[in-house]
Design a protein around this ligand. Structure first.
Ligand code: G3P
Length: 217
């Protein structure tokens, strides 16, 4: 499973990237706001740091303006994936931008039918939002599973990018189902290393080691 980091905070991306945990980065207008950075500048910095796809989102609502913004974002670097919303205009922009050879990430996906349309429009990635479905008492993971089945039924190559991952359980379930990619905040990725039995075991080893009076170096 590929790990994308869902943030525009360069320091946090760098820390995980140095550990080999970063296969790509996703941003959105809310994350750009949170970073306090200029979108073009921060996207360029991230794209230089990371080898994999870096998603940068358009903010126009009509297809022609989305295409214009998408072309500008794509010029930042060769590893930019233009992110467009899953609206009819976004699908039009997806088709044009992907036909031009750009990676396109279709975002704000909340149904399997939407995901099917994105695949037909040539999306490189489809981003179903798990957490936001859970927020309204729907099953985000069921959506990932449905899209997996539909894409596999017909051999679509669009990659399922499980997004709006809020918990380590979301990450685990998405991996079990076979999402191609997950994008998660740095804190969730780091939390995947935690287990209380690891902590308890380490405490015991440290206690026993101290009693040996030995040193390794
Ligand atoms: O990648 C999409 C993601 O940023 C949305 O996450 O937690 O705002 O629903 P969230």
């Amino acid at each position: 499973m590929k790990f994308f980091v869902d943030t525009a905070e360069v320091d946090q991306i760098k820390e995980l990237n140095d550990l080999g945990m970063v296969d790509g980065v996703t941003t959105n207008p809310s994350l750009i706001l949170k970073s306090g950075r200029d979108i073009l500048e921060v996207t360029r910095e991230i794209a230089e740091l990371v080898d994999g796809p870096v998603s940068a989102e358009v903010v126009a609502l009509d297809a022609d303006a989305m295409i214009e913004e998408g072309r500008k974002l794509a010029q930042i670097a060769g590893n930019i994936a233009v992110k467009v919303p899953l609206t009819w205009a976004g699908l039009k922009a997806c088709k044009v931008l992907s036909d031009e050879g750009n990676m396109v990430n279709v975002t704000l996906c909340f149904s399997a039918n939407q995901a099917l349309l994105a695949a037909k429009a040539g999306a490189t990635f489809i981003s179903p939002f798990i957490g936001r479905l859970d927020d309204i008492n729907l099953d985000g993971m069921e959506l990932i599973s449905d899209i997996r089945q539909i894409y596999d039924n017909y051999g679509y190559e669009t990659q399922i990018l499980a997004a709006s991952i809020r918990t380590v359980n979301h990450a685990y379930q998405a991996a079990l189902i076979g999402a191609d990619v997950m994008t998660a905040p740095p804190a969730v990725i780091k939390k995947m290393a935690d287990h209380p039995l690891t902590d308890a075991g380490l405490d015991q080893f440290m206690e026993d080691w101290a009693k040996t009076g030995q040193k390794i170096v």
